[in-house]
Design a protein around this ligand. Structure first.
Ligand code: HEC
Ligand code: HEC
Ligand code: HEC
Ligand code: HEC
Ligand code: HEC
Ligand code: HEC
Ligand code: HEC
Ligand code: HEC
Ligand code: HEC
Length: 334
């Protein structure tokens, strides 16, 4: 690493750089020696051509965010000179490995693809001159990602409940920690964790329903939270104001209209579609039903409350078995 860095930027720059970094970090214990030393260093820094022409970078990294438009790229190895542990650790994170490898080929921007062009920060080592902290303003995080991840869009993301509550990409995806789950998700497969464990870290109250009598098998590993929830836009729980049907039909194809005889609440023309009768996470009633037995149907069919067959449910004993719609019978008997 160091050798190719030296080859590219020259020894003088390295000395100036390291000295400068040391000065800034207040290294050295003798105050006097330090002050003479840093004078010399400042001199060296002035003389040394610290700002080398940036390595030619093509592709998306050309658009990468910049604190100031006049800043130029300095290359990841430069960052590594002052942040060696970060550069070293990058070898253990697939995402960063890819970005660094692409940078070698002159394509992406390595560290600077996310943190922004570094020439200003190189000169001053001032944290304000580089995108970095997520404590105060984390908007740089997403902005840097959208440059390459063009299948995601910025506008809908800015309206998602996560972003609106200050949660951003690196709360779910690991950037510098060694990868664990697929899609760089922050959960530990080796420790037996699943995607839902990541979500439950913040959504503690969502956990209990998945242990209810009837529930979607999330703990069992057969369904994931993201099968239903789109995490990158406002459709997190609904689309255009009505609760999502699409995900349900993706897996439960036999409930997909059209049927010769349709049941309006199921098609979503009336009420909340599937969620008129079902709870999505878990329910104490069989089949994830909102209400047990007849009460479910009597929500709407009030005229059937009296003088109609009085069984415990309306779909047992061979009655309205095909309550989702039927191709044979207008009363959904079969
Ligand atoms: C001359 C040495 C030097 C170089 C070169 C350097 N940094 Fe820094 N960097 C520092 C110092 C010093 C700090 C402030 C101390 C700290 O927070 O660790 C800092 C802080 C940061 C921070 C934290 C910013 C914040 O707001 O909290 C990030 C991120 C960062 N550097 C990234 C980079 C990247 C990316 C590069 C390469 C483009 C780079 N640095 C190159 C010295 C350097
Ligand atoms: C894919 C985007 C991405 C790349 C590439 C990347 N980083 Fe980061 N970096 C982040 C994010 C996001 C954070 C803030 C939260 C975190 O640690 O995940 C961060 C945090 C940091 C910090 C700590 C800032 C603080 O909070 O004190 C430093 C230093 C840093 N990165 C340096 C580097 C260096 C050096 C490289 C190249 C080897 C690099 N980063 C590559 C996204 C990236
Ligand atoms: C310079 C381009 C670039 C930037 C910037 C970038 N990425 Fe990536 N990202 C990639 C590439 C390339 C891959 C690898 C795709 C693959 O494995 O096929 C990737 C993969 C990923 C994956 C894993 C996808 C999968 O299918 O496993 C996630 C998650 C991801 N990036 C999130 C982020 C986040 C969050 C940021 C911003 C902090 C970011 N990326 C910034 C280029 C980039
Ligand atoms: C609340 C958690 C969460 C947040 C916040 C989040 N993601 Fe994701 N992301 C996920 C989950 C879960 C998946 C896997 C399921 C999927 O593909 O939708 C994923 C998948 C991805 C993928 C891979 C998608 C693919 O098509 O392969 C990329 C890239 C990605 N996220 C980038 C981002 C970026 C960039 C941000 C910030 C703008 C972000 N994510 C914010 C949870 C999150
Ligand atoms: C870092 C904490 C954090 C993580 C991790 C997280 N969320 Fe969230 N999530 C929030 C916050 C904060 C909100 C907005 C406030 C609220 O509605 O609870 C939110 C909102 C939501 C909403 C919308 C709730 C509503 O009432 O509109 C859904 C759905 C959701 N998250 C699902 C997920 C899923 C699925 C995951 C895992 C892939 C996840 N979240 C991971 C913090 C998090
Ligand atoms: C089968 C689809 C599906 C799965 C799987 C799913 N959700 Fe939901 N979730 C929904 C729907 C639909 C809503 C809208 C509320 C409702 O049920 O009426 C919702 C609502 C939410 C809310 C808003 C608050 C609430 O409880 O009403 C949060 C938070 C949430 N889900 C988190 C999660 C988490 C975390 C997981 C994974 C452990 C998960 N969801 C799995 C479909 C699903
Ligand atoms: C990723 C696929 C998937 C999605 C999306 C999905 N489900 Fe399921 N659903 C399942 C699986 C798997 C089961 C368990 C089936 C079993 O145990 O045989 C299930 C079971 C059910 C059950 C029966 C529960 C029981 O106790 O027997 C109902 C009702 C149901 N889902 C409704 C819905 C609704 C409503 C939605 C949309 C909010 C939805 N599903 C979305 C996969 C999915
Ligand atoms: C009018 C109320 C109602 C609506 C709306 C409804 N269901 Fe059901 N659903 C039921 C009832 C009642 C049962 C139990 C049927 C039984 O035990 O035979 C059931 C059972 C199920 C089951 C488990 C048994 C099976 O047949 O596989 C699934 C899965 C299911 N519904 C999915 C859906 C989906 C997906 C939607 C939306 C497209 C939906 N339901 C809309 C009332 C409804
Ligand atoms: C959200 C309201 C709603 C719920 C809940 C509901 N239905 Fe319906 N159902 C309707 C509507 C609207 C029609 C259309 C015909 C009408 O009544 O005018 C209909 C039609 C029917 C029909 C066709 C006969 C007819 O009157 O046209 C049967 C049978 C039926 N429903 C049975 C059930 C059963 C069994 C349940 C409980 C599992 C149920 N419904 C739950 C609203 C509902």
């Amino acid at each position: 690493m160091l050798r190719s860095w030296l080859h590219r930027y020259g020894g003088a720059a390295l000395c100036a750089l390291l000295a400068f970094g040391a000065a800034l970090l207040g290294m050295g214990d003798d105050a006097n020696a330090q002050s003479t030393e840093s004078k010399e260093q400042t001199k060296a820094a002035e003389q040394a051509p610290v700002q080398q022409p940036a390595p030619e970078i093509t592709g998306p990294a050309k658009l990468m965010p910049s604190v100031r438009p006049d800043f130029t790229a300095i290359g990841s190895e430069m960052c590594g000179a002052c942040h060696p542990e970060r550069l070293e650790l990058s070898g253990t994170v697939r995402h960063l490995r890819i970005l660094l490898r692409e940078e070698e080929k002159g394509r992406f921007g390595g560290c600077e693809a996310c943190h922004g062009r570094g020439s200003g920060h190189l000169e001053t080592a001032d944290p304000a001159e580089i995108f970095g902290s997520t404590d105060t303003d984390n908007s740089w995080v997403g902005d840097s990602c959208f440059v390459c991840h063009t299948n995601l869009e910025r506008e809908p993301w800015l309206e998602s409940p996560h972003w609106m509550s200050g949660v951003t990409c690196n709360d779910c995806h690991s950037m510098h920690e060694p990868e664990s789950g697929p899609k760089l998700l922050k959960y530990n497969i080796a420790a037996g964790e699943k995607e839902c464990d990541l979500c439950f870290k913040c959504h503690k109250t969502s956990e209990a329903p998945f242990r209810a009598y009837s529930h979607h098998p999330v703990f069992e590993g057969r369904v994931t939270c993201s099968d239903c929830h789109n995490l990158h836009d406002p459709s997190v729980i609904e689309v255009d104001g009505s609760p999502m049907m699409e995900p349900c039909l993706k897996c439960h194809r036999d409930k997909q209209p059209p049927f010769a005889f349709e049941h309006e609440p199921v098609t979503g023309d009336l009420a909340d579609g599937c969620l008129t009768c079902h709870i999505s996470h878990g329910s104490p009633n069989q089949n994830l039903l909102r209400l047990p037995g007849r009460a479910l149907c009597l929500q709407c069919h009030t005229e059937q409350a009296a003088g109609h067959f009085g069984g415990t449910t309306c779909w047992s004993n061979g009655c309205h078995r095909m309550v989702h719609g039927s191709n044979a019978d207008p009363l959904f008997f079969n």
